[in-house]
Design a protein around this ligand. Sequence first.
Ligand code: AOF
Ligand code: ZN
Length: 406
Amino acid sequence: MTRILARARRSRARPPRRRGERAALFDRAVAEFFMRLALREAEKGLGRTSPNPAVGAVLVRNGRVVARGHHARAGGPHAEVVALRRAGARARGADLYTTLEPCDHHGRTPPCSVAILEAGVRRIYVGSRDPNPLVNGRGLARLRRGGVEVVVGVLAPECDALNAHWFRFITARRPYVTLKAAITLDGKLATRTGDSRWVSGPEARAWVHRLRDRVDAVLVGAGTARADDPLLTARLPGGRGRDPIRVVLDTDLSLPPRLALFHPHSPAPTLVAHAAGRARRFGPGVEPVACRRGPGGVDLGDLLGRLAARGVTHLLVEGGAEVNARFLEAGLVDRLALFVAPRIAGGGRSWVAGEGVARMADALRLEEVTVERIGADLLVTGRPVRPAAARARPRAARPSVRAAVR
Ligand code: AOF
Ligand code: ZN
């Protein structure tokens, strides 16, 4: 009771919000509400638009949604144009919400900025800026010049996160890399006999299939291909999944032809990344990719460049221990997704091979850590940071646990 009274007294002590301030808060809540709808539109394109980003757009007039649209595939109309076409004359005087800055270039389609001006849109709310050198502020500038009111940065963190992979791709010309592993509490991928079916539970495995459906490619090493003989397809309930390109690292082209990966039964091809210096013929749907040889096998930087050239914007690395170590050591992992199952294998193999560091101060750390419960397992995600890089940025020294374990 006393606590309630104290709170009431405190709130009385606070000056009441001015009218303008209240109106601004209201406008912001409204803008975020409609941007969330645009984000939901954009999500429909994830895994289907490469080498383009996933974009969603919503047109609103008098507080009502008049049309929605998303970018469905590269070469097809952009999200804004889809929404404008659906709205027709109702676009005049409307507000447009778009998760990404409208483009301003003649690519595979004409510039969205011009289409927006011609449709007579009154105001535009934008989530992320488009870092593509062809756009990069030009879309916003043309709209402002044309008399459209422009509000940038609505739900920017959410819009940026949706296309984190594409931002990496368009600025670094390499795919964003997510490394996923399922491990026991003692950090093992398998028991001492190599048995690994299953470490994590059905909910975690379903989560991985949903992730495969949204990435452009999935990669495994030769050891994993041999031991597990995986399919690496996206199997979602009702057969809704879209298969990623499968990539297998086979430096010396030594994998046996009987593997499931070489008989894909899938619309997406299997790529065999090698540095064998010779050719080998594969069946339909399987394609060798000759890469430079690096110290531990196929040069990963070279391979990522080749995948980017094929439009791979997001690559999922699914092990095993050698491949995990190589990607982590090369500093090529943008996001780690680690399922930790409540089991203890004893013995067995760690999920990161190699000798390891001597001093704990030299251990790889995670930043932007999140923890979530998926079924009986924990999902830990984060951005791996090498200690030297971490020392250069002392402000971000402590990982923040965004989602506590529920
Ligand atoms: C938008 N809305 O829905 C998308 C945008 O080759 P194009 O013509 O399809 O252009 C691709 C570029 O356009 C892409 O790299 C990105 O900068 C932007 N994508 N822009 O306004 C969209 N998909
Ligand atoms: Zn566009």
